[in-house]
Design a protein around this ligand. Structure first.
Ligand SMILES: [Zn+2]
Length: 182
């Protein structure tokens, strides 16, 4: 009985998470990775979601998910958004190595959604979409080429490309906004 109950709870959580991900404008592939639901099931959920919320502002994104780290170097704001997300992920204990590939369970994905929603409350209308954030999370968990590092100028966390010599300080220091000793 307990097993049945827990399986039921887990299925319910999986469906609730899929709806949450649709609301965050995640793509089908990401929702499949996150919930293990079939593409067909996810498509039907999209139809239900948009059918029940005709006036909503959520958009459905199609095609490939963003996978380019150059996106996070487009401007200082992009860099700062990426660093904010990284800091939140680190503080919430979500930066960890996944053995056998990136397969977070539904509880961990829900925590990631909490982090992304916290991020959007700090940065209303961010450049970094949910899909960008999802990609960035995987990159940080790999901890190889792009890492969260402490800036030698101000000690804040920033996203460092370990294969590049420059830039060597965070975007705030590059802008000259950080004054030591203040
Ligand atoms: Zn700095």
């Amino acid at each position: 009985m307990r097993i049945t109950d827990s399986r039921y709870d887990r299925d319910r959580l999986r469906l609730a998470l899929a709806y949450r991900l649709i609301g965050l404008e995640a793509r089908t592939r990401t929702i499949r990775e996150a919930t293990q639901l079939s593409d067909d099931r996810i498509r039907r959920m999209y139809r239900d979601y948009f059918g029940a919320n005709a006036a909503n502002t959520v958009r459905r994104h199609r095609g490939k998910s963003p996978r380019q780290m150059s996106f996070f170097r487009r401007s200082l704001e992009h860099e700062q958004e990426a660093a904010t997300l990284g800091s939140l992920l680190l503080r919430c204990g979500l930066l960890r190595r996944f053995l056998n590939g990136f397969r977070p369970d539904i509880v961990v994905v829900s925590q990631f959604c909490d982090v992304y929603e916290t991020f959007t409350s700090l940065w209303p209308r961010p450049h970094v979409s949910f899909e960008h954030a999802w990609h960035l999370w995987q990159v940080f968990c790999r901890d190889d080429e792009y890492v969260l590092a402490n800036c030698p100028g101000c000690d804040a966390l920033w996203v460092r490309d370990t294969l590049e010599i420059l830039p060597d300080v965070c975007p705030t220091c590059r802008r000259g906004l950080f004054e030591p000793g203040r």
